[in-house]
Write a protein that binds this ligand. Structure first.
Ligand code: UDP
Length: 241
């Protein structure tokens, strides 16, 4: 059920399969980490052993974006579909409203997690929000934040601190958080709260959402410079070797 991509295990599931797997985690009631893997993370995981270990210890790693799908194809082990952080937030919120699962939203600038949760509740009025907390707490406040989340007893914790900060946070506190599903979801709250617009669906369809986001948020350029290096690494590993 998994493929190996540049030393990292990625789940061979589409969105529906991923949702089923996550539902299973909630039924099992053991703390689990979910990583939505994008090309930048996979690239940094080559150099940063600690990050690679966290990803490989995670209970579920999804292909966040077309770059990962392309790399999987180059490796001769194609994946069925993208499973992005934002799609997971929406679909899990929908399912949670039906199942009665409680969600906690951690991350983004003050006010945004609340707005994102409210936006989801507007779509799914039965959705239960266990709590929200912004993502700009100080390191010395971290254990307090963990206590707040643990005491709220959510079924799913969305962590939007940006990658790889959110992955390290979850890995560090997985056992004490004691939440069945902890997912790093990057900038999803900003998009859901309406602070950052998602690209129109035709742009998503032609697989250029990443380019649209770059034009919309110029601060992403330094990070984007990793992408050609990622492409070269994939070609070197799977095509030129
Ligand atoms: N963020 C945060 N705390 C921090 C740094 C970042 O809560 O210390 C938030 C930031 O406000 C944004 C998200 O993390 O909402 C990162 O979004 P970005 O799109 O940069 O991350 P990606 O989706 O690429 O992981």
């Amino acid at each position: 059920m998994k493929i190996n991509l540049l030393g990292v295990q990625v789940e061979n599931l589409d969105l529906a399969g991923t949702l089923e797997k996550i539902a299973g985690f909630i039924a099992a009631q053991k703390p689990r980490q979910v990583v939505t893997l994008n090309p930048e993370m996979l690239f940094y995981a080559q150099q940063k052993l600690a990050l690679r270990e966290i990803i490989n210890r995670a209970h579920l790693v999804t292909a966040d974006g077309v770059g990962i799908l392309w790399a999987a194809k180059m490796a001769g082990t194609p994946l069925p579909a993208r499973v992005t952080g934002i799609d997971l937030v929406w679909r899990l919120a929908q399912r949670a409203a039906g199942e009665g699962w409680r969600l906690f939203f951690l991350g983004a600038l003050p006010g945004i997690a609340i707005d994102a949760a409210a936006q989801l509740q507007k779509h799914y009025p039965k959705l239960k929000v266990a709590g929200t907390f912004h993502g700009y707490f100080k390191p010395r406040e971290e254990s307090e934040v963990v206590t707040i989340i643990r005491q709220a007893r959510p079924d799913i914790l969305f962590v939007a601190l940006g990658a790889p900060k959110q992955e390290f946070f979850i890995a560090r506190h997985l056992q004490s958080l004691n939440v069945p599903v902890c997912i790093g979801v990057g900038g999803s709250f900003d998009v859901i709260a309406g602070r950052v617009k998602r690209m129109p669906s035709w742009v998503q369809k032609i697989h250029l959402e990443w380019l649209g986001r770059l034009l919309q948020e110029p601060k992403r350029w330094p990070r984007a410079l990793v992408l050609p290096r990622f492409v070269w690494l994939v070609l070197k590993t799977y095509r030129l070797a």
